[in-house]
Ligand binder design. Sequence first.
Ligand code: BG6
Ligand code: MG
Length: 216
Amino acid sequence: MADIKACIFDLDGVLVDTAGFHYRAWKKLANRLNFDFTIQDNEKLKGINRKESLELILDWGKVFKTSYEKQELAQLKNTWYVEMISGMTPVDVLPGALRLLQELKAAGYKIALGSASKNAGIILNKVELIRYFNAVVDGNVVTESKPDPQVFLKGAEMLQVSPASCVVFEDAFAGVEAAKAGGMKVVGIGSTKALAAADLVISGLHEMNIQKLRDL
Ligand code: BG6
Ligand code: MG
């Protein structure tokens, strides 16, 4: 078994709590199209990119739009979302995330971001976590959405480590599947029921440390 050399972090729901912003922006869009969008619906969109999320939402609302209209709707949702994240500061980093990144860096682990979001760079800069990352793979770089492993495999490639020596931190079912498909270890952030395929499930990064990483 390969030694762990690198950690790849999902962003939304792992390092920062932006799921609520995504939810509010999608709900506003659905309501504008005259149907409702619940927090349970939002759960199914975790880890799914913007374009595919919109397709699912329109499907749930039984609304047909042309591809030009879809582009406009996705853009509108993003404008609202960017407005919501514009006030983010280091205070919005989830408990334990900064301490873990500092410990990993000090211990010589390589660190990458593996996120579906095209806004990842803006957020990492706003919350001042960008300096901890040796590589950033986000929605601007990948062509396939989780559960495809592309985002994490690209992270491993950029860090110049084998997939088997990477641990992925993920809160989304699709993300856990993606990491497993890439041949990586996964720490699920959330409930054991939803993330059963993960090697370890914790409620947040405040429960993680280097010893637990070595024990995986
Ligand atoms: C993921 C979120 O991290 O990024 C999804 O879990 C979101 O909810 C996706 O749709 C894409 O984000 P963005 O910022 O590019 O719209
Ligand atoms: Mg996430």
